[in-house]
Design a protein around this ligand. Structure first.
Ligand code: PNW
Length: 479
């Protein structure tokens, strides 16, 4: 039997995002993002909460870094709050040096502790001012210039110290959850019971296009003006769950599986690696799916130095025998938690969409690797919530065997993909370093390997899973 192995210098660690952990929304000149305003709308966040305090990382970043060191992390993926560094967001708007300094301090603290920073420029918190000014992502020409200006500011400020850049976290979520379902900021949807504005049949595809083009434009700036001297790498992070047919013997379910992967992953990855949207999307969406101009294609195609992969779970997929609805974003199919025989894909967690299925991780890594010519992959998120965790006493929370097993199984699946399938994976960031603001789920759902005591002054207590992750990587990474 081949021994499962990961490279000795494999970059493993933890991920977080600005709005989920920082708090301090009005300190040192930060202005609102679309998440600050979204949280103020009654009914949008499960427990009525917001990111006003969160993990208080704006004041406790040194504790965060000490925690990372404590749990043996080699790397830390965090994101920039755009409205902290350019409060009004735009290319003519003033830069906020105090906000910028926070990230410089964080990066310095990471380096002082031997931890590699991985920076996500955008993890969903668009400056509210840009949404008000021209509709944010819906105005491609304005938005691309403002995003590139923001990206350039960050490259300029930290390019010497940051060698791993991510343009976007999960553009699928910004497009579909933000502009189709309306579950995430800014909450656009055709469903008038949820929002007075939005067109689910057209807006998500326009938003996705804007995000892709702006990603490509920022990568070009990095490659032309920074990469030659700074020598770093840059890529986008895409989310994607694995899929299994609801009925293995139904070819239309098998076909629908591929279509589901195309509508969620290839929507963004095909333009980047192949130069255009997948044929299945063009077929279903027609002219609602934008077309790349020659200039846009030149920006987008080939724009990934690495593929950033967020992955959590899997679903069963059942084809729909009827014509697709205009609001459909899945590829005219149903995704289900049980197959034809009533067998569940995985155990329940606190997140309705998340059922662990570790073998799906290995399969998806291979699918990405095969489809895109064996790119360098960084797993930029992977993790789980735990059913009822928030209601448990603290001693029980710290003994999170379910999460520890999840990580053991998923990291083993990763080692299989690398050792047995030849997938070129260079790093892995678990989601998340600590419990934090889980978007529309508020604080009821915890994803951390560290317990955060929100009532007791945001104190942090490592859970068992933090120790297990270190053990698992230590055993795979010895050569
Ligand atoms: C990711 N879904 O998002 C995000 O990048 C993180 O910020 C987040 O905290 C983490 O996963 C855990 O949820 C997702 O509904 C959020 O399918 C929701 C979904 C997928 C990904």
């Amino acid at each position: 039997m081949t021994r499962l192995q990961l490279p000795k210098d494999f970059l493993w660690g933890y991920a977080t995002a600005s709005y989920q952990i920082e708090g301090a929304p009005h300190e040192d000149g930060r202005a609102d993002s679309i998440w600050d305003t979204f949280c103020r709308i009654p009914g949008k966040i499960a427990d009525g909460s917001n990111g006003d305090v969160a993990c208080d990382s704006y004041h406790r970043y040194k504790e965060d870094v000490a925690l990372l060191k404590d749990v043996g992390a080699k790397a830390y993926r965090f994101s920039i709050s755009w409205s902290r560094v350019i409060p009004l967001g735009g290319r003519e708007d003033p830069v906020n040096d105090a906000g910028l300094q926070y990230y410089v301090n964080l990066v310095n603290e990471l380096h002082a502790n031997g931890i590699v920073p991985m920076v996500t420029l955008f993890h969903w918190d668009l400056p509210q001012a840009l949404y008000n000014r021209y509709g944010g992502f819906m105005n491609k020409d304005e938005y691309v210039q403002d995003y590139v200006n923001f990206a350039r500011l960050m490259f300029n400020t930290m390019g010497g110290k940051v060698k791993h850049w991510i343009t976007y976290n999960e553009p699928w979520c910004s497009s579909i959850l933000g502009y189709n379902i309306g579950q995430f900021a800014p909450g656009h949807t055709s469903d008038r019971t949820k929002s007075s504005i939005g067109d689910s049949s057209t807006e998500p595809w326009l938003v996705g296009h804007t995000l892709l083009v702006s990603h490509g434009a920022a990568v070009r700036v990095y490659r032309e003006d920074f990469k030659p001297k700074d020598g770093g790498t840059i890529g986008i992070v895409l989310n994607g769950d694995w899929v299994e047919p609801w009925d293995l013997n139904e070819p239309r379910d098998v076909e629908a599986c591929e279509r589901k992967l195309e509508f969620s992953i290839a929507w963004f990855a095909d333009p980047i690696y192949k130069g255009d949207y997948p044929a299945s999307m063009r077929k279903q969406l027609g002219e609602r799916l934008p077309r790349f101009t020659n200039n846009e294609r030149a920006l987008v195609q080939g724009s990934n130095d690495f593929y950033g992969m967020n992955h959590y779970c899997a679903n069963y997929i059942k084809h729909k025998p009827t014509e697709s609805e205009p609001e459909d974003y899945l590829g005219n199919l149903e995704y289900l938690l049980k197959d034809k025989d009533g067998h569940a894909i995985g155990p329940e967690t606190q997140s309705p969409w998340l059922r662990p299925y570790p073998q799906g991780f290995r399969k998806l890594m291979k699918w990405i690797s095969d489809r895109y010519g064996r790119p360098i992959i960084y797993v930029t998120e992977n993790g789980t919530s735990l059913k009822g965790e928030n209601d448990m006493p603290m001693e029980q929370i710290l003994q999170d065997d379910f999460r520890a097993e999840y990580f053991r199984n998923y990291i083993t699946a990763l080692a299989e993909a690398v050792t047995l399938d030849g997938v070129d994976c260079r790093g892995y960031m678990a989601w998340s370093l600590m419990d934090n603001f889980e978007w529309a789920e508020g604080y009821e759902t915890r994803f951390g390997v560290t317990y955060v005591d929100y009532e007791g002054g945001q104190k942090r207590y490592p859970k068992k899973s933090a120790r297990v992750i270190a053990e698992v990587f230590t055993s795979f990474c010895q050569s």
